[in-house]
Design a protein around this ligand. Structure first.
Ligand SMILES: Cc1cc2nc3c(=O)[nH]c(=O)nc-3n(C[C@H](O)[C@H](O)[C@H](O)COP(=O)(O)OP(=O)(O)OC[C@H]3O[C@@H](n4cnc5c(N)ncnc54)[C@H](O)[C@@H]3O)c2cc1C
Ligand SMILES: *[C@@H]1O[C@H](CO)[C@@H](O)[C@H](O)[C@H]1NC(C)=O
Ligand SMILES: *[C@@H]1O[C@H](CO)[C@@H](O)[C@H](O)[C@H]1NC(C)=O
Ligand SMILES: *[C@@H]1O[C@H](CO)[C@@H](O)[C@H](O)[C@H]1NC(C)=O
Ligand SMILES: *[C@@H]1O[C@H](CO)[C@@H](O)[C@H](O)[C@H]1NC(C)=O
Length: 596
């Protein structure tokens, strides 16, 4: 490594520390404000738990389309406009804005990570995981969603819900910055026999469509009335009278507070935390509740059916010269100016530029999704990404640190995994994390699909368009797989076991389905089965994986919940007031969210 490289990485590491310090300042000042500056009323029509993708949409629609009183209780604290800079999102992983969850040690996966555990970031911040995510918007196959409701709603009705949330809550925009990789990958796709998709869902490739506004991250929480969002309130359990939910018990720092809901409690705490709250409240599998001495309110399969989009392939595609975003781009002041003034430049990069939907079986429906990332794990020389993924030192030293070319990543994502896991509490202390065991790659079908996905990447890198820009497969043997011949099925089988990655799309722990099924936690109207006035609306109700990134599907579900449960039935799709609540003039000035 030459001298200028060292200087760059030195400055980059200094920046890492500055951002970390900044997050602490913002974090503690919000906690201070919650404890000392907030007056708390304790009775509302609706209590919404969690201000993530789903909770924020429900709150916004209650605020603008009904006269109900409501409150949003959020365990995380308020972020800051500067943390919304898209390229900074990795800095929020493993920070005070992350629940800092990880899987239990995996038998067939995550071996390259410390203790065989994969990390599972989830946003603990106003906005939830939509403040940490890659902003990539995919509707997926609408037919699958109609199946979730057992055809209670037509494909057309669901499509209208998508159009509605896209217009009012997600603010979609094209990539504002493209690395040199984009054109080559798209022409390679055509050469590979795939079409370029416009907006429909099908086999093919497309540039990422993003939830951004003026190049800035846009979350569903960004236009919430902040006076109705209580941050730093950890909901510990649901209060019942008989089988009717009447409120929640929560804590703010060391204070315990009870709040009451006259019409209902809406749980939108996400796939890993919603089952935890339910189990703590006595709703879950009887054997789990009994083992902890929790009185049973209702025996339901809460926490089962955990599924996730599993993948691999970091730094598998190498180049002689840079085609991607470098650490230099991150610290270059020109890019800061481009971002703040024009909303363009590398600061707006979501980290994923192109999506591909492919079939390893040459069928008409995709079973693998490519996500093309202009960066590799090795690009930051270990200052950040190694840590947020929990990569083992020997894997770092003998693989990633040995890469002396420019790395990019094509993730082959298993779209419809068969492996299913669990989220169970193992303590009655609400401050402790649940035990999360996704059982990644426990199904041989998933391993087969992922290996076939890697073989597609191998062929893809061999297209003329990719060769022209100097793409090669990384031929350093992955630590632990030295005994296998490179790029054979046996090698790839070993490789995926070691380099297993989550795309952070956990779902399914409070599955939707008919009340008669032993797998259902909520019915097709989002009511928790067997209790009254309790709803779950978030990624946990998704019973099967969407064919793509899941945020849009979660947003659609939240809007559909409001439309069918809270809004008077006669009124369909009236225009939502484009409500914009200015709560920080500095952020407003810099980001021009409401003032336009
Ligand atoms: C790193 C990352 C990248 C991703 N990238 C993409 C992407 O590019 N495209 C895409 O479509 N999807 C992506 N996703 C997935 C998507 O963002 C999530 O699926 C979606 O945000 C889930 O929404 P939710 O409402 O279910 O939960 P969340 O948005 O996670 O919201 C849950 C909220 O509840 C709060 N909460 C939890 N427990 C409690 C409690 N006890 N008391 C009070 N509040 C509580 C949490 O703090 C959080 O704010 C990504 C996710 C992650 C983590
Ligand atoms: C809310 O209350 C106002 C005034 O009482 C009334 O005019 C309006 O129709 C109500 N809106 C809804 C959605 O009920
Ligand atoms: C969408 O799903 C339906 C039902 O499973 C299937 O018939 C259809 O082929 C799928 N479409 C695509 C493009 O995968
Ligand atoms: C719960 O699980 C965690 C993680 O697996 C473990 O560290 C902890 O000791 C367990 N606690 C109890 C009470 O069993
Ligand atoms: C990249 O490097 C390899 C070997 O170092 C060389 O064979 C190849 O021609 C180079 N490709 C380009 C596009 O420079």
């Amino acid at each position: 490594m030459n001298f200028s490289y060292c200087v760059q990485f030195f400055i980059f590491s200094v920046c890492v520390h500055i951002v970390t310090l900044f997050t602490y300042i913002i974090y503690y000042s919000d906690i201070f404000a919650s404890i000392y500056l907030k007056t708390v009323e304790t009775e509302y029509d609706y209590i919404i738990v969690g201000s993530g993708t789903a909770g924020s949409i429900i709150a916004h629609r209650i605020a603008t389309e009904t006269n109900y009183t409501y409150i949003v209780l959020e365990a995380g604290s308020k972020g800051h406009g500067l943390l919304d800079i898209p390229v900074l999102s990795p800095f929020l992983h493993k920070s005070v804005y992350d629940w800092n969850y990880e899987t239990s040690p995996q038998e067939n996966a995550c071996w390259g990570m410390v203790d065989h555990k994969c990390r599972l970031p989830q946003g603990k911040i106003v906005g939830g995981s939509s403040k940490l995510n890659n902003m990539v918007h995919v509707r997926g196959n609408i037919s699958h969603y109609a199946d979730w409701f057992h055809r209670k709603y037509s494909n057309d009705y669901i499509k209208k819900q998508f159009e509605f949330v896209e217009k009012h809550f997600l603010h979609l925009d094209d990539l504002q910055y493209e690395s040199k990789l984009v054109d080559s990958v798209l022409s390679a796709a055509t050469e590979f026999g795939y079409k370029i998709l416009e907006s429909e869902f099908d086999l093919g490739f497309t540039k990422s469509l993003l939830s951004q506004r003026n190049g800035k991250r846009w979350s569903t929480s960004d236009n919430l009335d902040m006076s109705k969002v209580f941050s730093n309130f950890l909901v510990e359990e649901i209060l019942f009278i008989g089988n009717t939910a009447v409120g929640v018990k929560c804590s703010l720092s060391n204070q315990k507070i009870q709040m009451y809901a006259k019409k209902g409690v809406i749980l939108s705490a996400g796939t890993l935390n919603t089952p935890k709250i339910l189990q703590l409240s006595g709703i879950g599998p009887a054997h789990i509740l009994k083992s902890l001495g929790i009185p049973i309110v209702k025996d339901l399969p809460v926490g089962k059916n955990l599924q996730d989009h599993v993948t691999t392939g970091l730094d598998l595609v190498l180049f002689n010269k840079t085609v991607s975003i470098s650490a230099l781009d991150m610290i270059n002041p020109i890019n800061a100016i481009k971002y703040f003034i024009y909303g363009t430049g590398s600061f707006t990069s979501p980290g994923c530029e192109i999506l591909g939907f492919l079939s390893t079986k040459k069928l008409a429906t995709p079973n693998i999704q490519f996500m093309v990332l202009p960066v590799g794990l090795s690009s930051d020389r270990g200052s950040l990404l190694k840590n947020i993924l929990g990569i083992k030192n020997n894997v770092w030293n003998n693989y990633f640190n040995r890469i002396n070319k420019y790395a990019t990543t094509i993730l082959p994502i298993v779209l419809h995994p068969k492996s299913k896991g669990t989220v169970y509490i193992n303590s009655t202390d609400p401050r402790l994390p649940p035990v999360i065991d996704p059982k990644y790659l426990s199904s041989t079908v998933d391993r087969r699909t992922l290996i076939d996905g890697l073989k597609l990447i191998k062929e893809f890198v061999n297209t003329e368009s990719m060769k022209k820009i100097g793409a090669t497969l990384n031929d350093i043997k992955f630590p632990g797989c030295e005994d296998h011949v490179l790029f054979t099925d046996e090698y790839f089988n070993c490789y995926i076991k070691h380099l297993t990655l989550s795309t952070y799309h956990p779902i399914g722990t409070c599955s939707m389905g008919p009340p008669t099924s032993k797998n259902s936690v909520v019915d097709t109207s989002f009511n928790v089965i067997g209790v009254n006035r309790l709803h779950v609306v978030d990624a946990s109700v998704l019973p099967t994986m969407p064919s793509g990134n899941i945020n849009a599907a979660v947003a659609m579900m939240a809007s559909l919940f409001f439309e069918t449960n809270l809004k008077s039935q006669q009124r369909m799709f009236t225009d939502v007031l484009n409500y914009c609540y200015v709560y920080d003039w500095f952020i407003e000035y810099v980001f021009r969210i409401c003032l336009k």
